[in-house]
Design a protein around this ligand. Structure first.
Ligand SMILES: Nc1ncnc2c1ncn2[C@@H]1O[C@H](COP(=O)(O)OP(=O)(O)O)[C@@H](O)[C@H]1O
Ligand SMILES: [Mg+2]
Length: 387
């Protein structure tokens, strides 16, 4: 440490005192003197932090206690010492009680006592500094630690997800092979088509459809676990047509049937889409909404379209059970479901992939016990952009 680190500001209106103090201690300390408390504050502001401030109590215009009090805002870590006459004990007590003063010196001061006091003052000052440094180092370390922990948790989540995907992918691949083999004899039903009644044909059609759905479902699970992207055949198509077709199809679903669906077309133009894929998105979202309102007194689903710049917005709103923040973070994870055996947890993962495959985005807003809005965007065709 250099002498520069051992700065002492000494304030006294009697110039003789300043001179004596300076001459006595300048060998060991960097003494700065000042005969006016107001000027002393300016010096503090100009010099920045001052390790030790010693001031006489009785000065014209400003007392030593007032000066020390004002110095706190400018140089908070300073160690403050008051010089008093014996008769000033009232002021001294007041200053000590307010925590402004580290120590006091009685006038006229004795060199040995001042030396001891100065030494203690600097010990205290460097201790304050060291403490502050340690606290800030500690705060920084704690911050780093929290960040590391956060990263660790994220990595762990990803790993678990990855493991889940691989395990389910392997399972789905085996299952797919097995199920498809078992479906071969069922496909032989086609040969009976000419020999059965009209009712029989309806039954054969239903069986075929169910078989196709089983194969699709397993293929979808496999695609998800491998991270495969489906192929899209994207064309310009009226958004109302797709919505009405989705509503018609979802009405066949017994879970959706009892729910009142309202259409609110604010945009009726075309969008760029693979119709079958967007119907799949709508069916998934409508079905989820129907599940969410299943216990409502007045179950409502609203499908709304809007235009926003070069995109159409499609909203699927329900007044169902809604979701809290924690849940909203999880719903997009593949295989996350709150429906136990009745859910697969792949619906929203498929929905998100399809929407992103159309260069759109999907978001969800929800309030527990109030309802949920899923909103996805689809790009408009060029001929709509100029309208
Ligand atoms: N409209 C909604 N309202 C409340 N919760 C929803 C809604 N849509 C989805 N969820 C929640 O997200 C979860 C995941 O949905 P999804 O991926 O479609 O799988 P699944 O429907 O098979 O559970 C659901 O189990 C449900 O908890
Ligand atoms: Mg679902």
């Amino acid at each position: 440490m250099t002498q520069e680190d051992y700065k002492v500001l000494y304030v006294d209106d009697e110039k003789v005192n300043l001179k004596i103090f300076e001459l006595t201690f300048k060998k060991d300390y960097h003494i700065i003197t000042c005969d006016d408390p107001q000027k002393a504050l300016t010096i503090l502001e100009e010099m920045g932090e001052m390790p030790v401030i010693i001031t006489d109590q009785r000065m014209p215009h400003m007392t030593g206690v007032d000066l020390l009090e004002k110095s706190i805002a400018i140089s908070p870590d300073s160690v403050r010492i008051l010089l008093t006459a014996y008769s000033d004990t009232g002021d001294l007590l007041n200053a000590i009680n307010k925590g402004k003063v580290f120590s006091y010196l009685v006038k006229p001061w004795e060199e040995v006592i001042v030396r001891t006091t100065l030494k203690e003052a600097f010990d205290k000052y460097f201790l304050i500094k060291e403490n502050k440094r340690l606290v800030s180092e500690l705060t920084e370390k704690v911050g780093e630690l929290e960040e590391t922990q956060q990263q660790l948790m994220e990595t762990q989540d990803k790993l678990i997800n990855q493991e889940k995907r691989v395990a389910i992918g392997n399972l789905a691949a085996g299952l797919s092979h097995e199920v498809k083999n078992q479906l071969i004899p069922i496909s032989l039903l086609e040969f009976l088509r000419d020999e059965v009644s009209e009712d029989g044909i309806i039954i054969i059609n239903q069986i075929n459809e169910s078989c196709n759905r089983i194969v699709d479902l397993i293929d979808e699970i496999r695609a998800i676990s491998k991270g495969e992207e489906p192929n899209y055949s994207i064309q310009s198509m009226a958004v109302t047509k797709v919505i009405e077709e989705s509503v018609y199809l979802s009405r066949l679903d017994p879970d959706v049937k009892p729910v009142h669906i309202t259409l609110d077309h604010q945009y009726r133009g075309s969008v760029m889409m693979d119709k079958d894929k967007i119907i799949q998105v709508m069916l998934n979202l409508i079905r989820n909404a129907a599940h969410a309102v299943s216990k409502s007194d007045d179950p409502q689903i609203t499908l709304k379209t809007e235009r926003n710049g070069s995109f159409a917005l499609l909203h699927i709103m329900d007044n169902g059970i809604g979701m809290g923040k924690d849940m909203l973070m999880k719903i997009w994870e593949p295989f996350f479901t709150t429906k136990g055996e009745n859910g697969t947890g792949i619906g929203l993962d498929i929905v998100r992939r399809i929407v992103e495959g159309h260069k759109g985005t999907i978001t969800c807003l929800s309030q527990p016990n109030e309802g949920t809005v899923f909103t996805f965007t689809l790009p408009l065709p060029n001929n709509e952009l100029t309208r």
